[in-house]
Ligand binder design. Sequence first.
Ligand SMILES: [Zn+2]
Length: 180
Amino acid sequence: MIQGRVLLLNGGTWEPLTVITIPRAINLILSGKAVVVEQSGRFLRTVRSQFPVPSVIALRRFINVPRRHASWSRPGVLARDEYTCIYCGARIGDVVRGKRLTRRDLTVDHILPQSRGGKNTWSNTACACFACNHRKGDRLPGEAGMKLRWEPKTPRTSYLVVEMGSGPDSWRRYIEISTP
Ligand SMILES: [Zn+2]
């Protein structure tokens, strides 16, 4: 069995879908479901013939795939919110209570506090400055008389980048590099 992986692109959009094995890729090509986009330069030899091993293939038809989402992390929340406090709008460099904000003064706030069952999810967490986080404490924003300036949402990201980052150079032009 020949070792290696093949990048599978969606039909029409050439958006990366996933990484598959070489036998599966060859199967998709032989069954007419996919076309070769890039060759690997290697060959799969059988008794009767040899078959060029692809590096990138694309489906003939577009398939609808739900986008996967980035997994939650504290740095991810701060980056998503661009280091801006969801309650007062303060950013790095702004002066809050006589203190110039640095990255360390921006914290991850749980909108429904963890002490009350709030979870580490994209929609329950947001960037908050130390002053707002302290003022809110273990309360809901409404209880503390505070308002969210925006609705925290789950960011869209190309989750495949991590997996594909270890792939061959021939994949790179098909992979959208975006920071979550
Ligand atoms: Zn604030």
